[in-house]
Design a protein around this ligand. Sequence first.
Ligand code: ADP
Ligand code: ADP
Ligand code: ZN
Length: 213
Amino acid sequence: MKIIMLGAPGAGKGTQAKMIAEKYQIPHVSTGDIFRANIKNGTELGMEAKKYMDQGLLVPDELTVKILLDRVAQADCENGYVLDGFPRTIPQAEVLDEALTKIGEKIDFAINVDVPDENIVRRMSGRRACLKCGATYHIEHIPPKTEGVCDTCGSELVLRDDDKPETVLNRLTVYHNQTQPLIDFYTAKGVLRSVDGTVDMKDVFTAITEILG
Ligand code: ADP
Ligand code: ADP
Ligand code: ZN
């Protein structure tokens, strides 16, 4: 099964994608996580991506598409995957579509996690991330067992540089201009499904599993 997660920054795509990956035994592929791992390791790709990420802008399509296509060509993606944070532009979606068509495959579902802008800034300022294992928490809604420490790997949790309110507003504008058009793109393909992302994360997941079967 090949699944795409759509939604504003902070809508809960990553949270839900991790649960989907576990239940359906497919890899969770997050372009944001790939970029952050590269930044942490000081690679050339990481340094290039950081310039855009820190401003809340998208990393250029050429760079992003290459990384994503390499990732989904790996053996563990043979039986499907859940994409989180890709595609984010129409050109990215078109490249993915062409690559899949070439091998006789297609996206099965694009799940739109719907959360209004008013909720987003609050969600993001409370988000805490583990840069080691990619786990995500929320200081009020989804707290770790010990404050500031990752439940999964014991590393320190941080507020991402791009989760500061002024950058979040830029990211929301970028979302509306560049990413939201994908809702029409996948509606036209007949694979778009929307869920209410404002309810408890478990209830969001229930709605998603009803769609995926
Ligand atoms: P969030 O989950 O909060 O929306 P991500 O971790 O998906 O954030 O992405 C963080 C940043 O990484 C984005 O703001 C953007 O700069 C960059 N990025 C991630 N995925 C893409 C993509 N598909 N295209 C362009 N930039 C991307
Ligand atoms: P995205 O990947 O779309 O940017 P995340 O999955 O990282 O979003 O979630 C953003 C923040 O909101 C995180 O702090 C996360 O713990 C929290 N969160 C996720 N789902 C919910 C929910 N249903 N209700 C409240 N907070 C949530
Ligand atoms: Zn961790």
